[in-house]
Write a protein that binds this ligand. Structure first.
Ligand SMILES: [Zn+2]
Length: 347
């Protein structure tokens, strides 16, 4: 009986045919446990032999039947798996793990670098009033600079709001007023966010674009502080090899105003490729415009309640979408909003 029990439980637990063959050998083989027991029977007295012989045969039958059943059930499993075309030995399929969008990756880096030099990050409304988007920034209603910022207005006809007062912000500079009205100097703030303009979309323009606004106001802040800050930040993000160039320009909210250019990331500022061809990425200029900046206009400081005789400051608006396309040498801004995973998987 002991032999029967241990044989049956081993058979049930066996995983494959090979194991079953071994069990068969172990019990029913020429020197198997049951075979040996049956040989021992010869030593028993004659009258006991039929009884024990019968028992031994029963045990043998049970073991054989259990073995057969197990073998056919294993065979069934295999043929079923073959029919369903499941290869139980095939390695598993690795699930696709997502990652941050290149815009988000660069944004996080930019925020990190600014935090390292004492700037705080602020968030602000995308639906904004004319007051904060324009008036505070020294752009009164009749100012021609408004024409350069094709504005999207909200339809407020069925509300108490004066038409034209509520817009989608055209620049993250809307936060200059909102922050400075509430905070005493010194202030060092960056504002990453989305802006909206009525633009026709092409490879280098979108109706929706990201900026990282930044401004610093304190006593004795100078233009050289602006240059130093931008130089430090852009080299951290784009690498130490990039060169910067500043050119004077005119915006109502800064005096003086500068345009910032960064050396082309494809041709390294040489405007030509190693094979002598002109670089099409920078239109053979060697430079890419990356951000407007300048010293905050005294009128803006006055509008937020600062004493423009005592404090001064600089402001800039990094074109984040531009920064990302320059860094990854993309020739079309629209790739950043393309949901095709074959594009995004490259970053
Ligand atoms: Zn170039």
């Amino acid at each position: 009986m002991q032999i029967k029990n241990s044989a049956v439980s081993m058979i049930i637990e066996a995983a494959d045919q090979k194991e079953l063959e071994e069990i068969k050998l172990q019990f029913l083989g020429r020197s198997g446990r049951l075979t040996l027991t049956m040989k021992e029977m010869a030593k028993l007295p004659i009258e006991k032999r039929p009884e024990v012989g019968y028992l031994a045969n029963e045990v043998k039958k049970t073991i054989e039947e259990t073995l057969e059943n197990k073998i056919s059930s294993i065979k069934n499993q295999i043929s079923k798996a073959r029919k369903e075309k499941i290869d139980i030995t095939a390695p598993g399929i690795k699930p696709n793990i997502g990652h941050l969008h290149p815009m988000t990756q660069v944004l996080y880096e930019v925020v990190d670098v600014f935090k390292g030099i004492g700037f705080q990050a602020a968030d602000g409304p995308e639906i904004e009033t004319d007051h904060y988007n324009f008036e505070v920034l020294n752009i009164p209603k009749d100012h021609p600079a408004r024409d350069t910022q094709q504005t999207l207005y909200l339809d407020t006809r069925n509300s108490k709001v004066t038409p034209g007062e509520v817009i989608l912000r055209t620049q993250t500079s809307n936060m200059q007023g909102r922050v400075m009205e509430r905070v005493k100097t010194p202030v060092r703030v960056i504002v990453p966010g989305k802006n909206f303009r009525y633009e026709s979309v092409d490879a280098s323009h979108g109706f929706e674009f990201w900026q990282v606004e930044g401004f610093m106001v304190d006593e004795n802040v100078r233009l050289t502080d602006l240059f130093g800050t931008i130089d430090y930040v852009l080299k951290k993000i784009m690498g130490n090899d990039v060169k910067l160039k500043f050119a004077t320009t005119n915006f109502p909210f800064v005096e003086p105003g500068v345009d910032t250019y960064i050396s082309c990331t494809v041709c390294g500022g040489r405007a030509r490729l190693p094979d002598g061809q002109g670089c099409s990425f920078c239109k053979q200029s060697g430079w890419s415009e990356i951000m407007p900046a300048g010293m905050i206009h005294p009128n803006v400081l006055k509008a937020v309640g600062y004493d423009s005789q005592k404090v001064s400051g600089f402001a800039f608006a990094i074109g984040l979408s531009r920064l990302v396309t320059l860094r990854y040498q993309m020739d079309d801004l629209r790739l950043l909003t393309n949901p095709d995973l074959r594009i995004l998987e490259q970053f």
